[in-house]
Write a protein that binds this ligand. Structure first.
Ligand code: GRF
Length: 202
């Protein structure tokens, strides 16, 4: 399967995918990263791709007159690489109708909380502030809401009394990276069906 991965920051989830593909081979893993897209320049996520000669693209909201123009530009830049699956791995923008028209049902996102708890841009901070004793991460299909699409897999992470946001997020990311690698590989190799809120991977 052809993957386009969207990032906004350090790209350690992207790196986990790249490492798995390097280890097992694209055929063995069932997928290859054909391009990496971002909503901003100057981030480690783009450097990780450039280092391997993987094509990159950047679509900045500020470069477009309207949000809808940005959404269309992102959709077209992504479509140019003919992805079978789009992976939003720390991509911090909400995609819109143009993107979903093309990739709805074939775009997965990873979120650092146990959805439906703590959706949005501060899931780790919100779980900590709430006093949750366990949190974790969720890989789900992207729909037109914010972190609301059908859940594919989740991983549980304990919250420790001494945790601050970054310590907890790092612990979550250890689980998140392996969960994302496992899910993307299974979707790519086995195919899948989305039945309402259920995801079936044969
Ligand atoms: C991940 O935990 C992702 O779920 C969240 O931001 C983090 C991105 O980390 N949205 P990285 O850029 O993959 O290192």
């Amino acid at each position: 399967a052809r993957l386009v991965v969207l990032v906004s920051g350090s790209g350690t989830n992207l790196q986990a995918l790249l490492d798995a593909i390097a280890e097992r081979g694209a055929a063995g893993y069932g997928a290859e990263v054909v391009a990496v897209g971002a909503d901003r320049t100057g981030i480690a996520g783009l450097e990780r791709a450039e280092r391997l000669g993987i094509p990159t693209f950047v679509c900045r909201v500020g470069d477009h007159a309207t949000r809808a123009d940005w959404d269309l530009a992102l959709a077209e830049a992504t479509a140019a690489y003919r992805p079978d699956l789009v992976v939003s791995a720390g991509f911090m923008k909400i995609v819109g109708p143009e993107f979903l028209a093309r990739f709805g049902g074939r775009c997965v996102n990873t979120h650092p909380a146990l959805l439906p708890s703590f959706p949005g841009a501060h899931g780790v901070r919100d779980a900590l502030a709430y006093g949750a004793k366990v949190t974790g991460c969720t890989v789900h299909f992207v729909d037109d809401g914010v972190d609301t699409g059908p859940i594919i897999a989740q991983g549980v992470v304990e919250v420790r009394d001494e945790d601050d946001e970054s310590a907890l997020h790092e612990r979550i990311k250890e689980v998140e990276r392996s969960l994302l690698v496992d899910v993307v590989g299974r979707l790519a190799r086995n195919g899948y069906r989305i039945e309402g809120r259920k995801v079936r991977i044969p």
